[in-house]
Write a protein that binds this ligand. Structure first.
Ligand code: ZN
Length: 350
């Protein structure tokens, strides 16, 4: 199995993260990648630095004005009097009753506050001088993994950071700036007629869902903690099944807080069955390790024993598979979960 990783991804070093009414230190930090890379080192994977495919595969998924915002916002932020250390939003467009009657696009915004309020959905996306370079490298890592499948590899691992599955076409959210899994899935569509994204991160991949919600060629299947009282709060419910041509090509299996290994595995089996029923020809896995009960964000009772079983279930699909790194914030839990998942995956998927 080829493993793709770019050290440029470490240049995103957020300092602030707003949670439960207070600014704390960022959970999504470069230590995660160093721990992951070290924990996978013993598996004998072939490590590659991704080539730079430029912006085209990114713009196949993301809005051009949003990508320009990511490239330029750090410089623009420095023009603020007494600018803070990082780009963070303090206002958002209103999306509720009557908002459709008032033009609320970003075309008349010229300064960093309005643009950031439009393009950044929450307070977990602090941006610094290296954020764009890191997000771009993370997307290139996913693209390189997809390219490996296009070239005939049976599987590949993209160690992407920052993660991607909360990022919308034109909005950063939940630690995510570019939707790596969506970019990879779109790239795979150049050869594979139907692509599935299977997401077992403990958070619903709301960005991925939105990007493909009206499309019938990409299945998005996710199990995650019930969003009724959990991030991302406003998406991830079981009745979200897709729209128009995408009707039936979106599957959400929310898990109650406290769900255990059996509940989690049974949900992932449900996702795998949907991938087969969909007739997917290639698979992108949004792999997050934050369902683990030791994760600081987890509300589940999932143990380390679940992750090798997940690897077996997903490998059993027998599809060309790109594993894309998403969440996981306990260094000890990811050091246990990721290598055990990959080892079990490779034992089945030869
Ligand atoms: Zn997550």
């Amino acid at each position: 199995m080829k493993l793709f990783f770019s050290p440029t991804q470490l240049l995103h070093r957020p300092q602030q993260y707003f949670r439960f009414g207070r600014i704390g230190t960022a959970l999504e930090n470069p230590d995660r990648m160093e721990t992951l890379a070290a924990s996978l080192a013993g598996l004998g994977l072939m490590r590659h630095e991704p080539a730079d495919h430029g912006l085209d595969p990114i713009l196949a998924v993301h809005d051009a004005a949003y990508v320009r915002f990511l490239q330029e916002i750090w410089g623009l932020w420095q023009t603020l009097p007494d600018a803070g250390p990082e780009v963070l939003p303090n206002i958002h467009p209103y999306r509720g009753a009557g908002s459709d009657l008032i033009r609320q696009d970003r075309s008349r915004n010229t300064g960093p506050i309005g643009l950031t309020g439009y393009h950044v959905g929450d307070m977990s996306c602090a941006m610094g001088s290296g954020t764009w370079a890191a997000a771009h490298a993370s997307a290139q890592t996913a693209i390189a993994g997809a390219d490996a499948l296009l070239a005939g590899e049976r599987h590949a691992l993209a160690l992407c950071r920052p993660p991607g599955h909360h990022c919308y076409r034109d909005r950063a959210n939940g630690f995510c700036f570019l939707n790596n899994a969506a970019i990879a899935a779109e790239h795979l569509r150049s050869r594979f007629g139907k692509v599935a994204i299977l997401d077992f991160d403990t958070h619903h991949g709301d960005g991925t869902q939105a990007i493909f919600y009206a499309r019938g060629d990409v299945l998005v299947a996710s199990c995650h903690t019930d969003p009724a009282d959990y991030y991302p709060f406003f998406a991830g419910f079981a009745d979200e099944r897709g729209h128009g041509a995408g009707e039936g090509a979106n599957l959400n299996l929310p898990l109650r807080p406290g769900a255990d290994d059996d509940d989690y595995l049974s949900a992932v089996r449900g996702l795998a069955a949907a991938v087969t029923a969909f007739g997917a020809e290639a698979l992108v896995v949004s792999a997050g390790w934050d369902a683990h009960r030791d994760d600081p964000l987890s509300k589940l009772a999932v143990t380390g024993n679940a992750f090798p079983r997940l690897g077996e279930i997903i490998a059993g699909l027998g599809l060309p598979t790109l594993i894309v790194q998403e969440g996981g914030y306990s260094l000890a839990a990811i050091a246990e979960a990721a290598p055990s998942f990959i080892t079990a995956f490779l034992a089945v998927h030869r």
